[in-house]
Design a protein around this ligand. Structure first.
Ligand code: ZN
Ligand code: ZN
Ligand code: ZN
Length: 124
């Protein structure tokens, strides 16, 4: 087997693994799953492909609890972070009209981090 064909095979394996991911995943989680199928796969290969897919807007990335997470969906990713207990809750925004008026260009996906005090902490 030539070097090139192994690379192509690995790329196909990564792509097929990503296509089965219906939820958010990290590069590490993806890498662990791939390692079980092909032990010769390197994390650098995984990262490179993830970067390519992001550029092509086939994959979307968010920062969730200090980790980079990836999604096949363009959905937005929003956090409400309590500054008192550090608890993070997720919510989604349906309408992005308010963003469209502020941004020149085309929005692909977005993430919002909102900071405040959660209900639980407000009561204590
Ligand atoms: Zn995107
Ligand atoms: Zn999150
Ligand atoms: Zn709290």
């Amino acid at each position: 087997m030539t070097k090139k064909s192994r690379k192509t095979k690995q790329k196909e394996l990564i792509l097929s693994e990503i296509s089965t991911c219906n939820s958010l995943f990290t590069a590490d989680e993806l890498y662990k799953k791939l390692k079980k199928k092909d032990t010769t796969i390197g994390i650098a290969t995984v990262y490179r492909l993830l970067k390519d897919l992001r550029k092509k807007e086939e994959l979307h990335s968010f920062i969730c609890e200090r980790k980079m997470i990836y999604s096949r969906q363009k959905n937005n990713h929003c956090h409400f972070i309590c500054q008192k207990c550090d608890q993070t809750t997720h919510f989604t925004v349906d309408k992005i009209d308010f963003l469209k008026t502020k941004i020149k260009g085309e929005v692909c996906h977005f993430q919002i981090d909102v900071y405040g005090t959660c209900v639980k902490c407000l009561k204590t």
